[in-house]
Write a protein that binds this ligand. Structure first.
Ligand code: B3K
Ligand code: ZN
Length: 867
């Protein structure tokens, strides 16, 4: 496959007025008839190029009702070229597909007894020959014909039209989508599904029919998704003034899905993982993810569907913006402070390594071989940070004006990241020229903050740099908003006059860092004031500061900004742990650390969910990122040792707090109850290390009346050498074997085990009766969890972890290239490890490359990973 470049973009030569699609679905094949009205643009040549794919047969090709003669078109595996077409014509294409054989889960496929589609990014070309690109928008009229009994439910985009009986045990349904859309937003579902129905009345009084379709046995797990959908609809009206625009909003949950969900116009298709939730089967985190993804797909209706992307290089235009919107939504629905920590943790754990490794690319990439490989955490999560920075720089009011202007200008169009930045610029009057570098430069910038004093003035000097990334040697300085505060000696906020580019807002000062080296003078600052830098993680950077341990301990307790409180605590713990690792020290943790820990333990004024985070040691992956060269075993040991020291030193307080958090009246999903569970389960980690640890953990497991508590205990048991371990794992499996999503957790909890036998256990689990290479959730729960989250076992010194992953990539690639490609990244991190690991990782990558028939998806990433 050839590399596609942003600089080669050309507008389409034809517009399409409408498309009529007829799907004739049969048990073992599907026939698709497509009739589209094409109109040539002025000055375009008369040749027509249509995208296609190798998995369908072309049964008929017509122009204005007459067959196109064989010598008038050329068909290769991926393109259908018509030599010369009229200025205006109806193109008729009939194709035959085999949905049951489609294990790639792209285009039209069969999952759990139902037909469904996935067209983003380039799946529509596997349904019919068509200009399958996001800047060709047209109106869809769809008719589905299928067996009445096996497919009672027939769905497509837009509003429902006619339906009826066809005789012979077959029936049909028609759907009309009045909003022009690109082909990637097309969707179809046909099958036997149960439905939860509700309705929503929009601000302007439009009544919308809401449906969630799932398989019969899951009907009792849709409530939360439905409530989340209604909350999303209300939130978008309130915060952005955006209303829903069709009579019906359908969501279908399918169990075989390559990613989380898909925002098809009026017919979202979801991974069951992000729809189904009940307290018995889903953790609090799962509930939050359901709400976040339901919101995300709903918000796409405006940011993605009404305004779509001109080309796939602009993917972050819809994804970064929509992630920002779903994060804001979840913040408003839950706790803003804790949501921010969760988001920053994800960014650091997934995006920072991507940005520092061989697969680094800008938020707006400039080239790709397989576009599916660019649905990355950089495009999504860093993309969201870019939007958040604009929000900080121009302020919330101007941001809202900018959004309004963006929709006013581009509703119904395929737009670019540049269009978005221009709207924000025009609405605010701010100059965002330099800011745009966030779209084009890859890599995580480093910011160094140093202090000096002149009289009573405090001068903070910020310096920025960004290491080279593939294809980008030298980086220009970014424009970044750094939110900082001054915490006075007795803990109060100090507001001091600023000399330099910035402004005060609600007790914090947002300064604009634009130069490589730039100073900010705060006038007349009381002695003993400590600067709190990068509040709210206002820019996605690595911060290096000159705060002492005592100052960190001070901020950990006193700062009004929850992010800095957490970050200072983490910094303090990490400093000590990194030193332990590099010196292989056995030393007892200093009094200051214990003081901070017990201080948090006694903190009754703070949200327990945040206290839980303050009491959590930095993860092994986060610690690894603080080291030049990764020492996974030593990181693991140092962290365990510190946890044990905390548990020993504060055992009474830990147990007291643990007891006091016991829910008075059974399970509740209220914020307060969730927060208490979070804290209680963090404390359980420490209790498990105490002399009665096994007993308490086992009791917690046995008494759990919800999946959050159950998994917290099970995860500790899975790490442990407790006698009960095998028995508990077996019981859990026996209890839940009918529930795929819960069994995914069972695989994941074993894949994450820190026990030294984990690699061989994980390998064994691929032979388990419940394991299948065909289901992406199952693959992710075992293979991705192991390779991405279990640092110490994946990086086993003998290279077994790497070899296992390489074998899995090859196995999965035979069935599902997109999902196989998503497994590659951990093997590319060889720059971070020493020999012999480095050699083993490269060998593993090479072994994948040697395979014949490797997909373009996997090949692109493996080749880049080796470069
Ligand atoms: N837009 C889809 C992702 C499609 C991925 C295609 N490989 C889901 C989302 O971001 O909402
Ligand atoms: Zn999205």
């Amino acid at each position: 496959k050839q590399e596609i470049r942003l600089e080669d973009y050309e507008a389409p030569a034809f517009t399409i007025e409408s498309i009529n699609l007829i799907f004739r679905l049969h048990d073992d094949y599907a026939e698709v008839e497509a009739r589209s009205l094409f109109r040539m643009k002025k000055g375009a040549g008369s040749e027509l190029r249509l995208d296609g794919g190798p998995y369908m047969d072309l049964l008929a090709l017509e122009i204005d009702g007459s067959p196109v003669p064989d010598d008038q078109f050329v068909k290769s595996a991926e393109v259908l070229q018509l030599r010369s077409v009229p200025e205006k014509f109806e193109l008729g294409v009939v194709t035959r597909l085999r949905p049951r054989e489609n294990t790639r889960l792209e285009g039209l496929y069969f999952s759990g007894g139902n037909f469904c589609t996935q067209c983003e990014a380039e799946g529509f070309r596997h349904i019919t020959y068509f200009p399958d690109r996001p800047d060709v928008l047209t109106r869809y009229h769809v008719r589905i014909e299928a067996d009445t009994k096996s497919c009672p439910v027939l769905l497509s985009n837009g509003n429902p039209g006619q339906k009826g009986d066809l005789g012979d045990g077959r029936h049909f349904a028609e759907w009309n989508d009045p909003h022009p859309k690109p082909s990637y937003l097309f969707a179809l579902v046909a099958g036997n599904l149960a439905c939860q129905n509700d309705s929503y009345t929009t601000a302007s009084g439009r009544q919308v029919d809401l449906n969630i379709y799932v398989s019969e046995q899951d009907l009792d797990k849709c409530d939360y998704a439905m409530q989340s959908l209604k909350r999303s609809m209300a939130w978008d009206e309130e915060v952005f003034g955006l209303e829903y625009d069709l009579d019906v909003y359908n969501i279908v949950a399918v169990s075989d899905f390559n990613m989380g969900a898909m925002e098809n116009k009026g017919l979202n298709i979801f991974n069951t993982k992000y729809v189904l939730a009940s307290p018995e089967t889903a953790t609090d985190a799962d509930f939050d993810h359901v709400e976040g993804v339901i919101g995300h797909e709903y918000f796409h209706n405006w940011t993605g569907n009404r305004v779509t992307c001109r080309d796939w290089f602009q993917l972050s235009l819809k994804e970064g913006l929509t992630v920002f919107r779903d994060q804001e939504f979840s913040s408003d629905m839950t706790s803003r402070a804790v949501k921010r920590l969760d988001d920053v943790r994800v960014l650091r754990m997934l995006q920072f390594p991507e940005d520092a490794g061989p697969l680094a690319h800008p938020v707006r990439p400039e080239k790709y071989i397989e576009i599916n490989n660019f649905y990355t955490t950089t495009v999504y999560n860093k993309g969201a940070e870019v939007i958040r920075m604009m929000h900080s720089i121009i302020g919330p009011e101007a941001f809202r004006k900018g959004m309004d202007l963006y929709f006013e200008r581009h509703d119904g169009q395929a737009a670019t990241c540049e269009d978005f930045a221009a709207a924000m610029e025009d609405a605010s009057g701010a100059d965002l020229k330099q800011f745009r570098l966030w779209y084009s430069q890859a890599g995580t910038p480093k910011v160094t903050a140093r202090r000096s004093h002149e009289g009573r003035d405090l001068i903070i000097t910020l310096e920025q740099s960004c290491a080279p990334s593939p294809g980008q040697g030298v980086k220009l300085p970014y424009h970044m908003p750094i939110r900082l505060g001054l915490v006075g000696p007795n803990g109060g906020e100090v507001t001091a006059d600023l000399e330099g580019d910035g402004k005060w807002e609600d007790g914090s000062c947002i300064v604009n860092l634009r130069e490589t080296h730039q100073s900010f003078r705060f006038k007349n600052v009381p002695e003993g004031t400590v600067p709190s830098i990068l509040r709210g993680f206002s820019a996605p950077v690595v911060l290096d500061h000159d705060l002492s341990d005592d100052e960190l301990a001070f901020l950990a307790v006193q700062d009004s900004d929850p992010f800095v409180r957490w970050e200072s605590t983490q910094d303090l713990y990490s400093r000590y742990l990194v030193k332990q690792v590099s010196e292989d020290g056995e030393g007892h943790p200093p009094e200051l650390l214990l003081q901070v820990f017990t201080g948090h333990l006694a903190d009754k004024a703070t949200d327990p969910a945040l206290v839980a985070e303050l009491l959590t040691l930095p993860g092994e992956i986060a610690l690894g990122q603080k080291m030049e060269s990764l020492a996974p075993e030593r990181i693991h040991t140092a962290r365990e040792t510190l946890a044990k020291a905390f548990a020993d030193a504060s055992s009474e307080n830990i147990i007291d707090l643990y007891q006091s958090l016991k829910a008075a009246q059974g399970y509740s999903h209220e914020q307060g109850a969730k927060a208490n569970r979070r804290l209680r389960n963090v404390l359980l980690n420490y209790i498990a290390l105490m002399p009665d640890g096994e007993e308490t953990t086992q009791r917690r497991y046995a008494e759990a009346d919800n999946m959050t508590d159950c998994m917290a205990a099970l995860s500790l048991i899975s790490h442990s050498n407790f006698d009960c371990r095998d028995k508990v794992l077996q019981e859990f499996y026996d209890k839940w074997r009918q529930n795929d999503l819960v069994i995914d957790k069972w695989f994941a909890v074993q894949a994450q085990s820190k026990r030294s036998d984990t690699v061989s256990k994980v390998r064994e689990l691929t032979q388990h009766e419940a394991f299948t290479f065909k289901n992406p959730n199952r693959l992710r729960s075992l293979i991705s969890t192991f390779s991405m989250l279990n640092q110490v076992r994946f990086h086993e010194k003998n290279g077994e972890g790497y070899r296992f992953l390489a074998e899995m990539i090859v196995r999965v690639d035979e069935l599902n290239p997109q999902t196989a490609a998503r497994l590659v990244a951990p093997l590319g991190r060889w720059g971070r490890v020493d020999e012999p690991r480095k050699g083993f990782m490269k060998d593993a990558l090479m072994s994948v490359l040697k395979v014949s028939n490797l997909s373009d998806d996997v090949r692109e990433l493996v080749e880049k990973s080796l470069a």
